[in-house]
Design a protein around this ligand. Structure first.
Ligand code: CMP
Length: 139
């Protein structure tokens, strides 16, 4: 069944000029881009997006990193899009990511790990609607 997932190309990747390389990997993997924009998150927006992690020790650093520069958010569609994109991203910690994954190729460390993808259908629904309304999902 066709499924949606939210992708974020994070500040470390945008700053290093990797938007095009990452979008090509997304496209080559058969994930269709339904919506996309580049934005500068505010502190409040980053805190809201990562609210599930607010008790974690890395939360403040994560928010500071996510507002350190622009990000590219997109809605991706495919059969099993959530799992497909998680496989393409690789493990959260790039030291554990498999060859050929986005994080193995580009991530700097466990925080500056270049990309985010939704981890389940419930979070995908919340995360896509956090950044895009129905009318913006055109692809
Ligand atoms: P992401 O998949 O966007 O989900 C939470 C983010 O927190 C994660 O990617 C990393 O950017 C960041 N992070 C920093 N430290 C950790 C950690 N120890 N475990 C998990 N995520 C971390």
């Amino acid at each position: 069944m066709s499924q949606l997932t939210l992708s974020i190309i994070k500040p470390d990747a945008v700053q290093r000029g990797l938007i095009g390389d990452i979008l090509k990997m997304i496209s080559d993997a058969g994930l269709k881009i339904k919506a996309m924009k580049m934005i500068q998150l505010t502190k409040e927006q980053a805190e809201g997006f990562y609210a599930v992690h607010k008790e974690r020790p890395f939360f403040n650093d994560l928010v500071a990193y996510m507002i350190s520069g622009p990000v590219v958010v997109s809605v991706l569609e495919a059969e099993g899009a959530i799992e497909k994109y998680r496989k393409l991203m690789g493990a959260t910690n790039p030291e554990q990511a498999e060859e050929g994954t986005i994080r193995k190729r580009f991530a700097l460390n466990i925080e500056a790990n270049s990309v985010h993808g939704s981890d389940a259908p419930e979070t995908a629904a919340v995360e896509t609607s956090y950044f895009f309304n129905q009318l913006e999902q055109v692809g």
